[in-house]
Design a protein around this ligand. Structure first.
Ligand code: HEM
Ligand SMILES: *[C@@H]1O[C@H](CO)[C@@H](O)[C@H](O)[C@H]1NC(C)=O
Length: 332
């Protein structure tokens, strides 16, 4: 009969559709980034990362600076796709080896986190998500706010070293350029001011500072701070073998807080951008507000980190889930 024939045809049709279905169906809706993306595929993923960050932080406090800085250096360069983590190959220079990446460290501990996740859920959780979530947990380790973040990022297959300088501002960039570059990612002025608060922890090497000290001291620097900086950076051309640096925040160097804003208002900002942030008409009002209110800073910082961490991710069936964070997978 007509209707049973149609039913049979329909059944055959849906069967063949199933058979043709690739691992990630073309027609399946790409959910993009969502909260708890690994709910079914690796429910313990976020806990494993949090545990690992805690363990590593206990042993090496400065890992947390690195997790935080990684979010900026990966996500601000076109996409949060863990391209930052790729080693150099014969064809491509690693992003890690560019001048803007100077001082980035602790990558091997990110491999430790990835290995722990792989032991539980092999080839499920992307390096891009591990990078962002370790940054989120690093912020908490440093006393900053807990920021709920979406997951579902996938890993890119190419270094973005070629274009990196178009995205990452230099240490002496003008505030106009800085605002423009963050603005292109959807981060507004208070968001930018809040993000630079990350310079409330960690260090800056003398190479990035000596031009403010030699041949003449930058008159805008606080003289009390100059004394300390000269002590830490005694040579106009820093000895490349000696690790010479100044702590970003002498007051509370290990705590991610709003002390940064009081420092820069006090002309103790180390980088030109830090100092400019405190004097530029567009940013100064927010600097003052954040110097007064830790809550206001934390709220704006959380908002901006969330936007930064969602910058143009690879989702659905784009990219891949890297087995090892420093190399792309062999051909599939
Ligand atoms: C205009 C934008 C920015 C510029 C020009 C800039 C530049 C720099 C420079 C030159 C250093 C010193 C590196 C060294 O000598 O070892 C540094 C350190 C650092 N930056 Fe930024 N940065 C910017 C924005 C950000 C953002 C948005 C974050 C995070 C959200 C961030 C997090 C950090 C951290 C945590 C450190 C300390 C790293 C450590 O001690 O290992 N920075 N930054
Ligand atoms: C910024 O500093 C770099 C050296 O790190 C220098 O080559 C460049 O000319 C400086 N740019 C500006 C705008 O001063």
């Amino acid at each position: 009969m007509g209707s049973s024939k149609i039913l049979l045809l329909l059944a055959l049709f849906s069967l063949s559709a199933l058979a043709l279905k690739p691992a990630f169906a073309e027609n399946e809706e790409d959910p993009g980034l969502v909260m708890n993306f690994y709910r079914d595929s690796c429910p313990q993923a976020e806990d494993i990362i949090r545990e690992q960050v805690k363990l590593l932080y206990k042993r090496h406090k400065n890992t947390a600076f690195s997790w935080l800085r990684n979010i900026f250096h990966d996500c601000a360069v076109e996409s949060c796709d863990a391209s930052l983590l790729l080693d150099s190959t014969r064809r491509d220079l690693s992003e890690k080896e560019t001048d803007r990446s100077f001082g980035l460290r602790n990558f091997r501990y990110l491999d430790t986190i990835k290995e722990a996740v792989e032991r539980e859920c092999p080839e499920v959780v992307s390096c891009a998500d591990i990078l962002v979530l370790s940054g989120r947990d690093g912020i908490v380790a440093l006393g900053g706010p807990y920021i709920p973040l979406k997951t579902g990022r996938r890993d890119g297959r190419r270094s973005r070293a070629q274009v990196l300088e178009q995205y990452l501002p230099d240490h002496n960039e003008s505030i106009s350029v800085v605002l423009e570059r963050f603005g292109a990612m959807g981060i507004d002025t208070p968001g930018v001011v809040a993000l630079l608060g990350a310079h409330s922890v960690g260090r800056t090497h003398c190479t990035k500072l000596v031009h403010r000290l030699y041949p003449e001291v930058d008159p805008e620097l606080n003289p009390d701070h100059v004394e300390h900086m000269l002590h830490k950076c005694p040579d106009a051309i820093p000895d490349p073998k000696a690790v010479q640096y100044v702590r970003n925040d002498r007051g509370t160097p290990m705590i991610l807080d709003n002390n940064y804003y009081r420092n820069i208002l006090d002309n103790k900002g180390l980088l030109i951008v830090d100092h400019q942030l405190a004097i530029d008409k567009r940013t100064k009002p927010y600097v003052k507000k954040m110097a007064k209110s830790q809550e206001y800073w934390a709220q704006e910082f959380s908002r901006a980190i969330a936007i930064l961490s969602e910058n143009n991710p690879l989702t659905g069936n784009k990219g891949e889930i890297r087995k090892q964070c420093n190399v792309v997978n062999k051909h599939h």
